[in-house]
Design a protein around this ligand. Structure first.
Ligand SMILES: [Zn+2]
Ligand SMILES: [Zn+2]
Length: 363
């Protein structure tokens, strides 16, 4: 017999008005019907991601279903293991990112890239996803969560939970495309935006051996960037587009855009900063349409304009190894789960430096 309760309790927005105000309250729900592919996790902590804000405030094109518990940078202890889950055992510390389920059988799933699952039902998000029994998945601002075991990644011993939790979404979201586009020694990599994603991208690109640059609106984060591994000469204030282009044109092999903006200066700025054959990567979604397609600039320098969606378990496991080796840590402030409402509001107000983590260990 397991000691896992029949109902799980989390911090939920109960309706759209509460969600828009980021107001949460304790709410208990019955988890999806148990299958032998599942595990139950006693949640230790869960990072606060931009997607959590969008979802809880009904900011995506597909409407949020309430009550809604968000949180998809989840770390906790395995407290129940299905018979078909062979790589995990009771008591093990694991992490779950933005995906809690998938078909487990298609080529993407077999490669550990479940975010691209093409099987029946596709990827099940860690919150607001649809399980095979028709229930809606609920996220990590809770005491427990139930996920497919294959979607949980063991956490290496040396990594502390709180600064590691944000690697599960923010970290892998930037790691996966950096790796795919050849980030490494001899490459010049510009990171646009120093926030939840960007502060991890700077550490990760440096750890991968690239010459790393930060592109920001102002000098306000230059000291932080230096602590994140960026030389002061590589901190670029891109506010004056003309001056920036004059100094840095044809420089970058990769520009990773982590700050979603409705007016990305692709044509006026980023295309010009790219070296030929370079890749410009969008890994965060603006709330409105992307700018028009700039064929001339892309063709002229043989550039790649690429997108990237989070990362799968194989990429998360690689990132954990890199983090253990290079001491990559999210800069986090941990707060008790009972402060979810205030924390979401502070995140929305841009106060995070650079990630909040909600923890069941804090009172
Ligand atoms: Zn996220
Ligand atoms: Zn699949």
């Amino acid at each position: 017999m397991s000691n896992v309760p029949e109902q799980f309790t989390g911090q939920a927005a109960m309706n759209e008005a509460d969600g828009k105000a980021y107001k949460t309250q304790p709410w208990s729900y019955t988890p999806k019907k148990w299958s032998e592919d599942d595990i139950d996790i006693k949640v230790e902590c869960s990072g606060v991601c931009g997607s959590c804000l969008h979802t809880i405030s009904n900011g995506w094109p597909s409407p949020t279903s309430y009550p809604c518990i968000v949180g998809h940078e989840i770390i906790g202890e395995v407290v129940r293991v299905g018979d078909n889950v062979k790589h995990l055992k009771l008591g093990q510390r694991v992490g779950v990112g933005a995906q809690a389920g998938s078909c487990l059988e298609c080529d993407a799933c077999k490669a550990g890239l479940q975010q691209h699952c093409s099987g029946k039902g596709g990827m099940v998000g860690s919150y607001q996803g649809k399980w095979e029994d028709g229930s809606v998945s609920q996220g990590g601002y809770a005491d427990y969560t139930r996920v497919k075991g294959q979607l949980a990644v063991p956490i290496p011993e040396g990594l502390e939970s709180e600064p590691t939790a944000p690697l599960l979404c923010a970290g892998v979201t930037v790691y996966a495309p950096l790796k795919r586009h050849g980030c490494g020694p001899g490459k010049k990599v510009g990171i646009v935006g120093i926030g939840g994603l960007g502060h991890l991208a700077l550490q990760i690109a440096s750890a991968m051996g690239a010459e790393t640059y930060a592109l920001s609106h102002s000098t306000s984060k230059i000291d932080d960037a230096e602590k994140l591994g960026v030389k002061r000469d590589n901190f670029i204030v891109a506010k004056d587009v003309k001056a920036t282009v004059e100094k840095w044109s044809n420089t970058f092999d990769i520009i990773l855009i982590t700050a979603p903006s409705d007016n990305l200066p692709l044509d006026s700025l980023y295309f010009k900063l790219m070296a030929h054959l370079g890749s410009i990567i969008l890994c965060a979604l603006p709330e409105t349409k992307l700018p028009a397609f700039y064929a001339h600039a892309l063709v002229g320098k043989s550039l790649t304009l690429a997108g990237s969606l989070i990362g799968g378990t194989s990429e998360i496991a690689e990132l954990f190894d890199l983090a253990a080796k290079h001491d990559i840590k999210a800069w986090t402030e941990a707060r008790p789960m009972s402060q979810t409402t205030q924390t979401l509001r502070d995140m929305d107000a841009g106060k995070a430096r650079y990630r909040y983590v909600l923890s069941n260990k804090k009172q």
